[in-house]
Design a protein around this ligand. Structure first.
Ligand SMILES: [Ca+2]
Ligand SMILES: [Ca+2]
Length: 213
């Protein structure tokens, strides 16, 4: 059964190069990793441990994190306002101005197919949601209120059909601040490599979606 499902996943990944788009969303890091591995994605990691504390709109090894001016995006150490690191000591804060809701953007140097990350202290202030939008046309809900103080959420997305280079996290909760840490991301191998992959487990909420780009 698992072999059949994996074969379908790989077939979709290969076919997708011809235009078919397929996106899977994960709420578990282990499932995200298993699915990425099944598709041959080698995940890179960014946990902000080498980023300067206090750096606004920091430039990391493979991407830049950017705020939209309605608040601040910066690197912090240890906990603050209920948010905290989930790997190591440093993390990325996205803190809105009082009456506004900040958008956090991740601009990758090269397009990727898989992205996962932890969010902390999301949705404990006001009502609304956090939505992930990619420049390939993906629109996925990361979180919807209510959330408890200091909560922790994992969100992962794997696109077998299209790469994306920019991710915008659209927040609708005015005045909300949250943390992000332990990003993992990667690129699908070439189609010929996909066909040679050995079967492994396949999990996740699967969605067909039309890519815009
Ligand atoms: Ca960290
Ligand atoms: Ca918060």
């Amino acid at each position: 059964m698992e072999v059949c499902r994996l074969t379908a996943a790989i077939a979709a990944a290969v076919v997708s190069r011809a235009g078919f788009a397929q996106t899977t969303v994960f709420e578990s890091r282990s499932d995200f990793r298993l699915h990425a591995a099944a598709l041959g994605v080698s995940l890179q990691s960014e946990s902000f441990e080498s980023a300067p504390i206090g750096a606004e709109d920091p430039v990391l090894e493979d991407f830049r994190a950017l705020g939209d001016g309605r608040g601040v995006v910066d690197v912090r150490e240890f906990g603050a306002f209920g948010a905290y690191p989930t790997e190591g000591d440093r993390w990325l804060a996205a803190a809105s101005d009082g009456g506004e809701a900040i958008t956090l953007s991740l601009l990758f140097d090269e397009p990727i197919h898989a992205l996962g990350f932890d969010v902390t202290d999301i949705g404990d202030f006001g009502q609304g949601s956090l939505t992930l939008v990619t420049d390939a046309g993906d629109v996925e809900t990361v979180f919807t209120t209510p959330g408890s103080n200091g909560n922790e959420v994992f969100f992962g997305i794997v696109s077998a059909g299209h790469a994306f280079g920019r991710v915008d996290l659209l927040l609708t909760i005015e005045g909300e601040a949250y943390g992000m840490d332990w990003l993992e991301y990667g690129v699908l191998p070439a189609p010929a490599t996909l066909l040679a992959l050995a079967p492994v487990a396949f999990f996740g909420r699967q969605r067909g979606s039309a890519a815009l780009g």
